[in-house]
Design a protein around this ligand. Structure first.
Ligand SMILES: Cc1cc2nc3c(=O)[nH]c(=O)nc-3n(C[C@H](O)[C@H](O)[C@H](O)COP(=O)(O)OP(=O)(O)OC[C@H]3O[C@@H](n4cnc5c(N)ncnc54)[C@H](O)[C@@H]3O)c2cc1C
Length: 406
């Protein structure tokens, strides 16, 4: 494993770094108070537009799709440099990271041409409509149905946990089009207009006070057959394209997550009832454990980067990163809150550093679920990395409508 940039990567890094220094200066520090929803959307769009104008969007996408046609390493180098700033990117992460790659892999050419450019330019926001009340880990168990009617399909059902659905213009949706086929075979995917008649997004309140995700109800929603992604009944294969991009996206450590350096800095300033925090052996042991976890995560991510640099796609071992990152982030945030003693749970928002720690603490539980729960990822590691016997899947080959209660 070579941690140094190739000469070509070094040139790209210097160029990206100079552009960011000139354009992201106002984001050197996190905002003192979190943005309102309107301000977050306004700033996210403006930042996406600035990057688009400078040629830093769709870095790995084919040039024919409006991308830059560069390598995954270029994209990683830009992300690394961008992560030095607190720029708002999350509004576009799902669309550009997962939905649009699915659209341009499986969509019809005129549909691809219609949607890709506005998404890259930050004009349109997308969401991923997969999970349902009875289908999360077992995604193939979805019940939202689509029935053909002339040139259209009519969609009825409910999705849940849909991040940014309330802010989105379009979504990619998995539906059941043949309930008599085995559950993975009767699925079809579509692009759906989130502002169209019959679509209702209801934001869910989170413990942080925010509302990032939604329940979404579909009642008689009409979608043209031209907006189908892949063949009828091939929805599972299309969904795997999205999930592959999701797994790559969620394996990294979020830039706002506390690391061992945060804990060191905190412990150096805090006096507990029994003396300075840093003088206590258990505090120092926890910081040392955090350092080891941080370094392990960094090296595992470097392994994935090395694979990408050699033109390989990181395999199921990428699940290791996600399991460890999410748990470590939760442990470190919990420890940082403990170090702050009772103050760790005061939520006046007056101390921006503390507010960020609280945010990390509350977000970390979701990180252990989103993009595959710890248990599901451990199953993947057991089956595909270690070669252990597979999980029991008794309903896999049964017709869907014979395996579920109506
Ligand atoms: C922050 C966040 C954002 C999200 N954003 C989106 C989004 O934008 N779009 C979207 O479609 N979905 C989204 N989700 C939903 C997410 O994909 C699901 O929550 C996830 O797949 C788990 O599904 P579930 O919640 O139905 O839990 P379940 O699948 O019902 O799991 C419940 C528990 O059972 C365990 N379990 C289930 N099956 C097995 C098994 N075979 N072996 C062992 N244990 C098992 C799970 O690990 C878990 O602990 C988001 C979730 C979160 C937390």
């Amino acid at each position: 494993m070579d941690f140094n940039d190739t000469p070509e990567d070094a040139v790209y890094r210097a160029k990206a770094s100079a552009w960011l220094a000139a354009n992201a200066g106002e984001y050197r520090n996190p905002p003192a108070i979190p943005y309102s929803r309107e301000e977050f959307v306004r700033r996210s769009r403006a930042w996406q537009k600035a990057k688009h104008a400078a040629g830093y969007t769709g870095i790995t996408w084919p040039m024919a799709m409006g991308g830059q046609g560069l390598s995954p390493m270029h994209s990683i180098v830009f992300s690394q440099e961008q992560s030095r700033y607190h720029v708002p990117t999350s509004l576009f992460d799902i669309g550009l990271g997962m939905c649009l790659p699915t659209v341009f892999t499986h969509g019809q050419p005129d549909v691809v041409a219609r949607y890709v450019a506005p998404a890259l330019a930050g004009d349109e926001v997308w969401c991923q409509l997969f999970s349902e009340p009875a289908a999360g880990s077992d995604l193939a168990g979805i019940r939202t149905k689509a029935v053909k009617d002339g040139d259209d399909w009519v969609i009825d059902g409910q999705k849940v946990w849909t991040t940014n659905a309330h802010l989105s213009d379009y979504g990619i949706i998995v539906t059941r089009t043949d309930p008599s086929a085995p559950k993975h075979k009767g699925l079809t995917m579509f692009i759906v207009d989130m502002h169209g008649p019959g679509v209702e997004a209801r934001p869910l309140k989170q413990m942080s006070g925010g509302s990032d995700f939604n329940e979404v109800f579909f009642t008689g929603v009409r979608v043209s057959d031209s907006h189908r992604l892949g063949a009828v009944g091939d929805g599972w294969k299309v969904a795997l394209t999205t999930l592959m991009h999701e797994r790559l996206a969620v394996g990294g450590k979020p830039s706002h997550a506390p690391g061992y350096a945060t804990l060191m800095a905190l412990a150096a300033t805090i006096d507990t009832d029994t003396g300075p925090a840093m003088a206590q052996r258990d505090v120092r042991q926890r910081i040392a454990a955090s350092y080891i976890a941080d370094e392990g995560i960094k090296l595992t991510q470097m392994r994935a980067l090395s694979a990408l640099a050699k033109g390989q796609v990181p395999g199921p071992e990428q699940s290791i990163s996600k399991v460890v990152v999410a748990k470590t982030m939760q442990d470190m945030a919990a420890f940082a809150m403990d170090l702050n003693e009772a103050g760790g749970f005061v939520t006046t928002g007056a101390d921006p550093d503390l507010a960020r720690l609280q945010g990390s603490y509350m977000a970390s539980a979701g990180l252990r679920i989103a993009g595959g729960t710890d248990e599901i990822l451990r199953n993947i590691i057991a089956e595909r990395v270690l070669g252990l016997p597979g999980d029991l899947r008794p309903d896999k080959d049964l017709p869907f409508n014979a395996s579920v209660a109506a």
